[in-house]
Write a protein that binds this ligand. Structure first.
Ligand code: ATP
Length: 704
């Protein structure tokens, strides 16, 4: 620790540097604005070349201005004093002075890696690492680590006692924050792992898996922008609540080209937020559903015509149901996709009618004329449309709501108990709508049914300008153009260059197939914690489906070991819960202590409402940031109703399943025993709920 004057002097030193950086930033911004304006002026010159140049200039200048604005706050957050007396400042953006002196090194650049990786045991030529906090261009706080005392020059000042702990005690907002200033070494290794293959990041609650996954996406975009922004990065999270929570991290790092989806929104045009009860989710998520859906996708349309009757030149031609089914089966042989082989089905009908007409011995024209005459007939065309319509996956999924059909499709594949479960779940499909697990089934059906052939649309080349002129580009131009390409991606884009799967332990086998389809050619980052899974189906099937989605790509494994979220007191309670199930599970270490133990209340059922409202109001008064009220799934709406009167924007009511990945300063956990009582994943789900709070936890159990 230093005395006050020493600290002030050091802050003044950093302030001088920050002033220089912001002055340079203002200059760069002015020149970007000027370039934009000049670009517009060039339009008046009127030649084609000038127009091309203008477009490029305006576009790039606007992009540059955007980047400078996005990364303005907290622009510089680190400093390294190296053994050779060099000083490097690390920040959200690389900035050079007009004479090319580096003022700030981008955090993702190789030169900045030592900021995250140096330790006293391995100082990597760093003598002192300094974390700088600032607000609105003013340095507010600095924290130092002296990593190599033997190499410290005379009079080197070391201030503060830990940037990490200071950051961790800050209030939690509604959105996750970026951790760029305090990324820890083991996290940095995962963030900078090679862009190829599969990076797997494991670790207990609060170890920064999500933070690492998102910073890795930003790192990849920096290291090879044309590849990752061009092809796109897909980030998949478990729920809409979670995706909303993490949505601001990449933009805060100046990246807005990644596509974020929850498992309920991956199928274009459909959104599901409703979870199934775990036992139903286990059936819908099982790979056996693929075989059930295969049968459905080949079946006759409900309410479709049972036969075809056609009067031709006074003779009745008739194809009965069995014949029509045979024609359909033949057209669908060897996994043909129903929407893509309609033509073959129609040809089958023509051929059968022709054969029949010849058999009955009427006078016939040439086969072509015969077919032409029949095709002209409106009632025949109506028949074809009704018999072999273009099917949307949602239609076919709806067929499962008919118990007789479901029994037929699932017989010999699912057990009777499973069929009954599924049948009951689908009874309310039309009124309650799709569940999250249904989205993967739609995606599977989409793959089975195929799309009607459409004329191929050529992919637009972002560098190809009107008249075929190819713009001359620099590397940074290409990067920016890739950003524009990302915005133009079609709705059902599936060729991502990188796929990030968060909370991977909750991706069911059928969901792995859906996610896998979006990353055939991708490299992957997969983060998760098996001890937090709510999956109650066959664990082996889960591994198999995951391995199939990830293919034979090379794996890079990382395990994170420190819990940055929970106070040690709160994590002790969560740890005791999971130990019931896995006594020997290695658990992370919580680094922060608040000295406040969680509160465990048991109240008569009639007082649950009052106790919950009181606890929530109490925590809202006690903590500065957000308060989460976590409930068993069936109680959510009831509890939300109790708390409506508090009308606090800092308060959120979520189910134990929606709480996945979330974080609050204070948590009120309603009826934990009911969550635990679920025989499938009760304890694991409770472990998740108990590990959401940073500072305060109150559990309230009702007694009868
Ligand atoms: N290096 C760090 N510096 C500051 N904060 C950090 C750091 N690493 C993680 N955190 C914070 O710890 C909290 C937990 O991180 P995160 O949500 O990424 O953990 P997780 O491993 O995904 O947790 P879970 O499995 O419980 O969902 C977040 O508030 C995150 O900002």
């Amino acid at each position: 620790m230093t005395d006050q004057t020493g600290l002030e002097q050091e802050i003044a030193v950093e302030q001088r540097h920050l002033d220089r950086v912001y002055a340079r930033l203002a200059e760069l911004r002015r020149s970007a604005v000027r370039a934009e304006r000049d670009g517009y002026r060039m339009a008046r010159v009127g030649t084609f070349g000038a127009l091309v140049e203008r477009d490029a200039m305006v576009f790039h200048a606007a992009q540059r201005r955007h980047a400078l604005d996005a990364e303005y706050e907290g622009l510089v957050f680190g400093r390294l004093d190296l053994r050779d007396r060099q000083v490097l400042h690390v920040g959200r953006l690389g900035i050079r002075d007009e004479d090319a002196t580096t003022l700030v090194v981008d955090w993702r650049a190789p030169a900045a890696a030592a900021f995250y990786q140096a330790t006293p045991a391995q100082p990597l030529d760093v003598v002192r690492r300094r974390t700088i906090q600032s607000r609105a261009e003013r340095v507010t706080r600095i924290e130092d680590d002296l990593l190599d005392p033997t190499a410290a020059p005379e009079g080197m000042t070391v201030v503060g006692d830990g940037a990490l702990l200071a950051t961790l005690s800050k209030a939690t907002g509604r959105g996750m924050r970026d951790i760029v200033a305090t990324i820890q070494r083991e996290q940095d290794e995962a963030i900078r792992s090679p862009g190829s293959g599969v990076t797997i990041v494991a670790g207990g609650p609060g170890t920064g898996k999500t933070a690492v996954a998102l910073h890795r996406a930003a790192f990849l975009l920096y290291s090879d922008r044309s590849r990752y922004a061009g092809g796109g990065i897909l980030v998949v999270g478990p729920s809409g609540v979670f995706v909303e929570y993490i949505a601001s991290v990449l933009p805060s790092l100046g990246e807005d080209t990644a596509t974020l989806h929850s498992l309920g929104t991956l199928f274009p045009g459909m959104t599901a937020t409703r979870p199934d009860p775990p036992e139903v989710a286990a059936v819908k998520g099982s790979l056996r559903m693929r075989r059930v859906l295969e049968r459905a996708a080949r079946d006759a349309v409900p309410g479709g015509p049972g036969e075809l009757r056609l009067l031709y030149r006074g003779t009745l031609l008739r194809l009965d149901r069995a014949e029509l089914d045979r024609i359909r089966d033949r057209a669908l042989h060897r996994g043909a996709r129903r929407n893509e082989v309609r033509r073959a089905g129609f040809d089958g009908v023509f051929a059968a009618l022709w054969a029949q007409a010849r058999e009955v011995g009427i006078r016939l024209p040439e086969q072509r004329t015969f077919e032409g005459e029949i095709a002209e007939r409106a009632e025949f065309r109506e028949f074809l449309k009704a018999w072999w319509p273009r099917l949307h996956p949602r239609h076919v999924l709806g067929w499962l709501a008919r118990p007789d059909r479901l029994r037929r499709y699932a017989s010999g594949i699912l057990s009777n108990a499973e069929i009954r479960l599924l049948s009951a779940a689908y009874r309310s499909l039309d009124t309650d709508g799709l569940t999250i697990a249904d989205i993967a089934l739609l995606d599977e059906l989409d793959a089975l049914l195929g799309k009607p052939a459409k004329p191929a649309r050529a992919r637009r080349d972002p560098f190809q300008l009107a008249g075929g002129v190819r713009e001359l580009t620099t590397a940074s131009d290409r990067q920016r153009a890739a950003r524009a390409a990302a915005r133009e991606r079609p709705e059902d884009y599936r060729d991502y260059a990188h796929v990030v799967v968060d909370e991977a332990q909750d991706v069911s086998p059928m969901q792995w197939r859906m996610v896998g389809r979006r990353g055939h050619l991708a490299s992957w980052t997969v983060v998760g914690d098996p001890a937090q899974t709510a999956w109650t189906g066959d664990p082996e099937e889960l591994t198999r489906a995951r391995d199939q989605a990830l293919g034979r790509r090379k794996r890079h494994d990382f395990t994170l070991t420190t819990n940055y979220r929970n106070s040690a007191e709160i994590f002790a309670v969560a740890a005791a819960e999971i130990r019931r199930l896995y006594p020997d599970l290695p658990l992370p270490t919580a680094v922060r202590s608040t000295g406040v133990d969680p509160v465990e209340l048991v109240v008569p059922a009639t007082e649950l409402e009052t106790a919950t409202v009181q606890a929530a109001a109490g925590l809202l008064a006690e903590v500065e940031g957000t308060v989460g009220v976590i409930t068993p799934v069936p109680r959510r709406d009831e509890v939300a109703g109790w708390l409506a009167a508090l009308a606090a924007p800092r308060l959120q009511v979520v189910t134990s399943l929606e709480a996945k990945g979330m974080e609050y300063d204070g948590v009120v956990l309603v009826a934990p025993s009911e969550i635990r009582a679920d025989p499938g994943a009760g304890v694991r789900t409770l472990y998740v709920a108990l590990s959401r709070a940073t500072q305060r936890l109150t559990t309230i159990d009702p007694t009868d």
